[in-house]
Design a protein around this ligand. Structure first.
Ligand code: BTN
Length: 237
């Protein structure tokens, strides 16, 4: 059962939900903001969150096990991709670890933060965002689900479906999600640059994603196994 708290503007839905978790909020608690002034991204970055986007966070159980964080993030990616298909009839792909790609560009970012056996899963989607309201460096690599001339499905229905899908998949899993995650990857078979703190630390070919959602990259005849950080597709991004 989802207990949804809606706000016009917040600094960060992840920040608020983490605070609520610390005060004992149960799994299924969710926060939705129409705009964020301090949106949090992966790797300590900010996440630009103007009006027109959808910014939600939901509290889910975090199973013990060293890699549960990355799997939860990947599950949330699959659940979001499914929701976009079910509600919008649009097909996204996933760029490891958890960026959703639509029309060749990033349309959604996901940030999971753990707290005491639970995870706050935060999802930001350029739903009907005006691209000009994004900073220039983001705008050039971003897409939106709906442009200014298009009619978008009601946001509340989208958010409710999204939160139900994320909660169900992250709580119970299902037999298809991992295959879907792997099959939707934009980078398998491609030459990639491995980035750490914004600098290139290696390059190779992305060969597979394993069942822990780690990315295997063939580098100089050896396989590097990545569990976090970033990769960039060579000559494309
Ligand atoms: C990324 O692409 O780096 C992850 C971005 C995650 C953004 C979402 S928006 C809702 C939730 N609240 C936040 O402050 N961040 C996440």
């Amino acid at each position: 059962m989802i207990d949804l708290h809606e706000y016009d503007t917040l600094d960060s839905t992840n920040r608020l939900l983490l605070d609520m978790a610390k005060e004992g909020a149960p799994v299924g608690t969710a926060v939705w903001a129409h705009e964020q002034t301090g949106g949090r991204g992966r790797l300590g970055r900010s996440f630009s969150s103007p009006k027109g986007g959808i910014y939600v966070s939901i509290l889910v159980p975090l199973n013990s096990g060293s890699d549960s964080g990355i799997r939860i993030t990947a599950m949330a990616g699959v659940a979001t991709m499914r929701t976009v298909f079910q509600v919008c009839n649009k097909k996204c792909a996933i760029k490891w670890v958890n960026d959703l790609i639509y029309d060749g560009r990033k349309v959604c970012g996901i940030l999971a933060q753990g707290y005491s056996g639970k995870a706050v899963v935060g999802i930001g989607i350029n739903y009907r965002t005006d691209l000009s309201s994004l900073p220039e460096d983001v705008r050039t690599t971003a897409s939106v689900l709906y442009g200014p001339e298009e009619e978008a499905p009601d946001e509340r229905s989208f958010v409710e479906s999204l939160l139900n899908n994320v909660y169900d998949l992250c709580t119970k899993g299902d037999e298809n999600w991992l295959d879907e995650y792997k099959a939707s990857s934009t980078i398998l078979g491609k030459e990639v640059l491995i980035l750490q703190a914004g600098s290139v630390v290696g390059e190779g070919v992305a060969v597979r994603i394993d069942d822990d959602c780690h990315l295997h990259v063939a580098v100089d005849g050896k396989e590097m196994i990545l569990s976090t950080g970033e990769v960039s597709i060579r000559n494309r991004e």
